[in-house]
Design a protein around this ligand. Structure first.
Ligand code: KIV
Length: 264
């Protein structure tokens, strides 16, 4: 049965964890679906993973439409979520226009990075039938402003700010919150305090779902490996085995453990 936004709400309600991996092409989209991955993220991480770029900043709408179509053609049972790329949602008008392009390419939810400044766009999208995931914490499209890939929301004031932003975006209509690179305690707090499914990446074990980049769980990513990444190919023994091992570890609550989380 296909995963929908309602499935994610039901999982949260029942305390059942769900899995998410990035997918950029039809072959992997089919495999991930067969392995029971609940959500496939056509992430703008494709800029680094597929295109060999330094960051996600140069990724275009055309890239995201193309890869969303590739994933959607596999007709996965997983929910397909696609990133709106850098500056494609800078104004509410641009956001609505570009979200429509992604939904027509086959996305079932769009993801946008930022804080409370996105509230109006989130509201307008959800009013028009576009489910939204709001990505908070380490937001890679802001790398030039952040000055490095670091844990976010550290310290009482920064943590309160992030909680307030998450609440505001949910009030505006965000269906899902994604938290990247925050301490486990902040991940736990936001998951408890917002009434929608929360997906974590480096946000500790208590979020409702977990996401990783596919190439990271296969141990084939180049360059620096963040602490929250785990190579599942070792235990899985094959590409399919690695995807199944990741899915099971997330659903059993075995991943992430403290080695793959940030304390504080
Ligand atoms: O683009 C991406 O793959 C992402 C995840 C790492 C959360 O945004």
């Amino acid at each position: 049965m296909s995963t929908t936004i309602q499935s994610l709400r039901d999982y949260r309600e029942k305390g059942q964890k769900f899995s998410c991996l990035t997918a950029y092409d039809a072959t992997f989209a089919g495999l991930l679906s067969d392995c029971g991955i609940d959500v496939q993220l056509v992430g703008d991480s494709l800029g680094m993973v597929l295109q060999g770029r330094e960051s996600t900043v140069p990724v275009s709408m055309e890239d995201m439409v193309y890869h969303t179509e590739c994933v959607a053609r596999a007709q996965p049972e997983s929910l397909v979520m696609t990133d709106l790329p850098f500056m494609s949602y800078a104004t509410t008008g641009q956001c609505l226009h570009n979200a429509a392009r992604l939904m027509q390419a086959g996305a079932q939810m769009v993801k946008i990075e930022g804080t409370d400044w996105m509230a109006e766009s989130v509201h307008q999208l959800t009013e028009r039938g576009v489910p939204v995931c709001a990505h908070l914490g380490l937001t890679p499209q802001f790398i030039n402003k952040l000055g490095g890939y670091r844990v976010q929301g550290k310290g009482a004031e920064a943590a309160e700010r992030m909680v307030a932003h998450a609440r505001r975006l949910v009030e505006a209509g965000a269906d899902v919150i994604l938290l990247e690179c925050v301490t486990s305690s902040l991940g736990t707090r936001i998951t408890r305090e917002v009434g929608v499914p929360v997906i974590g990446i480096g946000a500790g074990p208590d979020t409702d779902g977990q996401v990783l980049v596919l190439q990271d769980i296969l141990g084939i990513s180049r360059g620096h490996k963040p602490r929250f990444v785990k190579d599942f190919l070792q235990e899985g023994g094959s590409v399919e085995g690695a995807v199944r091992a990741y899915d099971q570890a997330v659903k059993n609550g075995e991943f992430p453990d403290s080695k793959h989380s940030f304390s504080g």
